[in-house]
Design a protein around this ligand. Structure first.
Ligand code: ATP
Length: 217
């Protein structure tokens, strides 16, 4: 369990906060709008009213004790940037910031934040991936063009060994897990036969995963 701080309790900020709470973490939510802080005080570990452009007010919140601080202010770029600068000055190491425009992104990258998030673009890319490869229920980019993908095999599906599924890509694609109902098979052998409705967790470079996609229909 870790402690996170989320600044800005708009739709994006509160969704991320509540998701973190569901994952068992503690979350301090901060907003200058007292109605929002009040509205979410029961759902978050604590909800504080603070104008985060005020460095002295931020300093009193001991934000360095958070595992990470997420700045979820989108519209007011000036407030987002000032807040980020203050967090840097206060020594917060892990700063994630939502950016709305490319100018916002450029300045944030100069400030050296840990991660710049573009929710609309990231979600758009995910939706396009889902439309293109409906069998991929989720994926995680782990950098250098490699992905971990969660694939749900359709029904009907001709049973086949993992070996034949990844044929030609044995050195690049690895099957990390097969889930069948409640059963979980970790690092299954290549002779393991997968069948309809199984969920596979595969790891590999995107090009190789795209090449085997037709075998998953
Ligand atoms: P979303 O799409 O997530 O609803 P948004 O991208 O439109 O939000 P805003 O509505 O501008 O972003 O900001 C999100 C929240 O940040 C709002 O609830 C707003 O009150 C809060 N906020 C904006 N400026 C400050 C500030 N200086 N201090 C604290 N909170 C702020």
């Amino acid at each position: 369990m870790a402690h996170f701080t989320v600044i800005g309790l708009g739709r994006f900020g509160i969704t991320a906060s509540i998701e973190l709470i569901h994952m068992g973490h503690t979350v301090t939510g901060i907003d200058k709008d007292e109605k929002l802080a009040e509205q979410y005080s029961g759902e978050l570990t604590q909800a504080l009213i603070c104008d985060v452009t005020d460095e002295r007010a931020l300093k009193e919140l001991n934000l360095c004790q958070s595992e990470a601080v997420l700045v979820a202010i989108g519209e007011d770029m000036q407030a987002s940037l000032l807040c980020t600068l203050h967090l840097k000055n206060l020594g917060v190491k892990e700063i994630w910031v939502k950016a709305n425009t490319s100018a916002h992104h450029t300045i944030l990258s100069k400030l050296g934040v840990t991660r710049i998030i573009h929710p609309e673009e990231e979600m758009g890319a995910r939706v396009a991936q889902a439309l293109n490869y409906p069998m991929v229920s989720d994926y995680l980019s782990i950098g250098h063009g490699s992905y971990i993908v969660d694939i749900h095999l359709p029904s009907p599906f001709q049973p086949m060994t993992i070996d034949s599924l990844i044929k030609g890509f044995e050195n690049s694609i690895h099957c990390l897990m097969v889930k069948r109902g409640q059963e979980v098979m970790k690092s299954p052998p290549s002779s393991y036969i997968v069948r309809e409705c199984d969920t596979l967790i595969l790891f590999g470079p995107k090009e190789a995963l795209v090449r085997i996609a037709p075998r998953l229909k």
